[in-house]
Ligand binder design. Structure first.
Ligand SMILES: Cc1cc2nc3c(=O)[nH]c(=O)nc-3n(C[C@H](O)[C@H](O)[C@H](O)COP(=O)(O)OP(=O)(O)OC[C@H]3O[C@@H](n4cnc5c(N)ncnc54)[C@H](O)[C@@H]3O)c2cc1C
Length: 587
């Protein structure tokens, strides 16, 4: 059942307790309903939240709303000392309920690197194939257009719970695809989710029937209605995980403390099997540190008694910086700009969405996007390590947006625009999550360190130059009329670098703060099976375990981690059951 008050939870002991709204538990559930599972989520249910359901309204959901944690960063040295909002969803489904729904799996090389650095071939691209396919099915586009040649069905799942679709056709789509035929440096890629990401292609999104799909709509809510052994507790924050004893000589963490508010009553629940920490790359390291797992010296500074000294907890934060490069256009066809300015048009679009789940509001941000590499012999890499995972992985991304999209420039009152956003997707920069205090309700200190690194700035500069070449293709003649404002003023290397530092922000992809490392390694936070090093009974399953951020948007790789984790958890349960049965029958 779904509970909104911790005092209503009917049991104090479950087999598994999951912290944060993730698909993991339902896979455990659906495979073997004998297990009792409690999921604890800090925020409310996603159900019936209009702006969550309507894809186009995704930008209304954060920051500065009750559905967001409303974290901010430290002043960012690489971003002209600016402090940025650092959004992440705080509701059932987490950020999958507030994100922009772009569905990109990452590359073959991304995952083969994971396998290499963890020493576990189970994380290789090929080994993960069944998990990728188990998640998704392809949903038809809402306008029913023929998608042959725009997506390769053979690389996708057919009956997974999450719907993946292409958006409605936009008038600018043809210009983007014509450019891929005119300029060989921007090849068309029929499906960037095949393992080879390089090229420009149609955006696949976690949208079906014109509505957002998330881990809540695809996994949690359906499991709640079909599984009596699942309880979900919302509006309740986990304070810490408790050591409950020792197991094979290691501290066992099978207790969870939680409360509905800073001064509310504190409750405790226990797991007979495992606690699954799934609170995301910002909160998971915070919860670990609050529980005595982290850098022992720093824990003591915060008045926390260290139990497991794991200095990597909260370190290695990786993220992707992005900037919107805006071009002015000459068109009588409405762009996304019109929906934001023209109340009559917005009302008509809303009516169309409400009556038929069709129209512009079924789109999120980019109808097409692309992944590109800087040549191997570029002087950029002469003195810097190339962080890209390999030839199927990009250094930078181009996102094509049918309107004005900037993070710092204000939306102008008139004019129509086209944005080519650029993002660095193989960043060298590393940041951190540290505790602000030992109070679980204090937000942790977030320092993604974006662009605090010459090579990342150089990649962004090259990406902007590529965006300019793209916009100068014959396909755009008569449509794009010029560069807008800050972009137009940034021509020399120094001007572009200043423009990048003054105008970039996070694309909201924090990862790596509880990174995987081989069994027995002195670095890392979790083992390749996602169990926390030096502990028993505790696993982390979210974007924090990525050993390297993927050159992609991060939700699909997070679902893949969760899907494999479900498999690993069930395997462990089976071994555990066999061991106990053996002990029972042993003389
Ligand atoms: C605005 C935005 C746009 C994005 N757009 C895209 C996109 O278009 N495509 C894409 O691929 N990715 C996108 N992302 C990133 C993507 O959504 C994340 O990578 C993914 O959701 C990460 O999942 P996670 O499990 O690591 O963390 P989250 O999704 O953040 O889930 C963590 C959950 O744990 C809960 N939680 C945290 N602490 C506690 C606690 N102490 N007690 C109880 N519950 C707790 C949170 O409330 C949340 O529900 C976007 C993210 C944001 C914020």
């Amino acid at each position: 059942a779904l509970y909104a008050d911790p005092s209503d939870v009917p049991r104090t002991v479950y087999d598994y307790v999951v912290i944060g709204g993730k698909p993991i538990f339902s896979s455990v559930q659906s495979t073997d309903a004998q297990f009792r599972v409690l999921l604890i989520e800090a925020g409310p249910s996603n159900k019936g939240l209009f702006d969550v359901e309507v894809p186009f309204f995704c930008t209304n959901l954060s920051p500065g709303t009750s559905l967001d944690w409303n974290s901010t960063t430290t002043p960012q040295a690489g971003l002209s000392e600016r402090v940025m909002a650092y959004p992440r969803g705080r509701l059932l489904g987490g950020s999958s309920s507030t994100n922009y729904m772009i569905w990109t799996r990452g590359s073959k090389d991304d995952f083969n690197r994971w396998a290499k650095v963890t020493g576990d071939q189970g994380w290789s691209w090929d080994a993960l194939e069944p998990f990728r396919k188990a998640i998704e099915h392809i949903a038809p586009p809402v306008d029913g257009h023929n998608t042959a040649g725009d997506i390769d069905p053979s690389v996708h799942g057919t009956d997974g719970p999450l719907g993946i679709s292409l958006g409605e056709s936009l008038s600018t789509d043809g210009m983007v695809t014509r450019t891929t035929r005119q300029l060989s440096e921007f090849p068309f890629n029929v499906d960037m989710n095949s393992g080879n990401t390089i090229g420009i292609g149609y955006t696949q999104s976690s949208i079906s029937d014109g509505t957002r799909d998330s881990s809540a709509t695809a996994y949690i809510l359906p499991a709640l209605s079909t599984h009596t052994s699942l309880d979900v507790l919302i509006n309740t924050q986990v304070l810490k995980i408790l050591q409950t004893g020792t197991d094979s000589g290691l501290p066992a963490f099978r207790g969870v403390q939680f409360a509905a508010s800073p001064n509310g009553r504190v409750y405790t629940v226990h797991a007979t099997k495992e606690i699954i920490l799934s609170a995301g790359a910002v909160s998971s390291p915070q919860v670990l540190m609050l529980s005595g797992i982290g850098n022992a010296t720093e824990l003591k500074t915060n008045g926390i008694t260290p139990i497991v000294d794991l200095p990597d907890v909260g370190q290695n934060l990786q993220d992707h910086p992005v900037i919107g490069n805006i071009f002015t256009v000459n068109t009588t066809t409405p762009t996304f700009d019109d929906i934001q300015r023209n109340a009559t048009l917005a009302a008509a679009d809303l009516a169309e969405w409400e009556s038929a789940r069709k129209g512009p509001l079924t789109q999120s941000t980019s109808a097409l996007l692309g992944w590109l590499r800087i040549p191997d012999n570029s002087p950029i890499f002469a003195n810097h390590i190339d962080e890209s995972a390999g030839p199927t992985s990009a250094h930078y991304e181009l996102l094509f947006i049918d309107g004005f999209s900037a993070s710092v420039q204000p939306f102008p009152a008139t004019g129509r625009f086209f944005t080519i956003a650029t993002a660095v997707v193989s960043p060298s920069a590393r940041g951190s999550i540290t505790l602000a205090s030992a109070d679980s309700f204090d937000l942790p200190i977030v320092n993604p360190n974006l662009l605090d690194n010459a090579v990342d700035v150089a990649i962004m500069r090259e990406a902007i130059r590529a965006a300019r070449r793209f916009a100068a293709a014959p396909a755009w003649a008569g449509y794009i009329t010029g560069e807008y404002s800050d972009l137009a003023a940034a021509q020399t290397d120094a001007e572009i670098d200043a423009y990048v530092r003054n105008g970039s922000r996070t694309i909201f992809h924090p990862a790596g703060t509880a990174r995987m490392a081989p069994f027995g390694a002195s670095h890392g936070v979790v083992n390749p099976d996602l169990t926390v090093k030096g502990t028993r009974g505790l696993r982390v399953v979210d974007a924090s375990v990525f050993p390297f951020i993927t050159a992609s948007h991060t939700q699909a790789p997070t679902y893949v981690v969760a899907e494999r984790a479900a498999h690993l958890i069930l395997q462990a349960a089976l071994v555990d059951t066999e061991r106990r049965e053996h002990e029972l029958v042993a003389p």
